[in-house]
Design a protein around this ligand. Sequence first.
Ligand SMILES: [Zn+2]
Length: 505
Amino acid sequence: MDIVIRNARVLTMDTNDTEYERADVLIANGIIEKIGPDASVGIDTEGARVIDGQGKLVMPGLINAHFHSPVNFLKGALVDAPLELYMLYEVPPLQCQTVDGDYAYTRTMLGAVELLKQGVTTNHDDCFFVPVPTEEEVGAVMQAYTDAGIRASVTMCQVNVREYEKYPFLYDLLPDDIRTEMEEVPLLTTDELIGHYEQFIDKWHGTSGNRIRCSVSCSAPQRVTPDCLRALNDLSAKYNIPYNMHILETKLQRVLGQEMHGKSFIQYVKDQGVLTDRSVVIHSIWVDDDDIAAMAESGCSIVHNPISNLKIGSGVMPFRRLKQAGINIGLGIDEVPVDDGCNLWTVGKTAGLVHKIADPEYHQWPKEDEILEMLTRGGARSMGLQDQVGMLQEGFRADMLLIDLDTLPFTPLHNLKRALVFCENGASLKMTIVDGKIVVEDGEILTVDEPALRKKVRGYADQLERQLQEMTESADRLAPYYREMYLKATARDVGMNRWAGPMQP
Ligand SMILES: [Zn+2]
């Protein structure tokens, strides 16, 4: 036995919703060997770490089902603007800054440490590489996750169409010189991208005892060519790995679907044969009943990112209708600059609150059990890891949290699940265990020298300030055209409203 936790309160989050007032959890070789009252009685604990669980809760580690680590250094850095303008400042299309391996490693590690210290044991990183993936940058990202001790699935989220092809009206709005500059930005062909993926999967997928995995991403269906969209799906099928796609995050994307294909992007990906039970539909806000039916039929998962949606004004996802259709839902931070942190507890709390502004029928509001399910096994299912993590069950990987119940959020304690969703913010975390290894204990990350990491990040301050300045200047030049496009799309009647306020800005 490697770890024995005795006499803890245990919330398994299994499908029977098993809870123990007092139980033991036995961990060996990265696996949950046994859970139950007195499970440790009579076992040999020689060489094991024995933890007194009295007054503590053991629960599954949280699963951040959607993330973009390349912007981990942009906490609190970006303008408040709707997605299309926000992205302009986040990744200016005419300003392709490559980074070295050391920078990419430090950046990824910073996010991994923040996630682990707040109880996230699994991270689905939709990682993009500007302008194209290099072995150095990809390797640095994967090495950081390996060293941090977190469970991670990572994509290469690459765009392979021209900037103006991703948006409605933009081509006509842009002056010639800007259009020409957009045409000079290097793009990967489908074959090149698939080649990068094959190498990536060959080198990294299933490493560190399957803790580190690869998955596939098209970013969004309008951001790649149709043959690329299908080739990525073939790759996802070949390796049985998730296929990430941002769909109908904004009203403008609803308009774009109509303009480009005469249908919504859900119907488009369905017709392209790429909406499957491996698909991870990120956001799913501006969807209609036909879209919901198509998603339910496909068996895809959705990742809900409510703080991101609020930060950049995307609208409110129709949670209850998606849930009633039987679609699996996980929760995501999305990225550091929209969360301005890495806290999945506050994402859960926000998911518990935001749907109330969209529906006066209080029976439809998300319940604390549903929030906890999305934070754990819903996220696991979206990553294809439902047989490994997301629940505490014998034979599952040992990813779990030890939470101190002798803290203010749990005093007095009325209802455990409600307290976890609405009172706790990660500060009561005593221990994070991933794959049977203790990676955080008493507020300290054990896999990394955190003070040295923070110092290193601070060392990038001048470089970051310079980069942000250049990014802002580059984006400012394009912003008036994007605003015009945004206003034009927003003024369209698309037969639905996902904002709590009026449709017109
Ligand atoms: Zn995203």
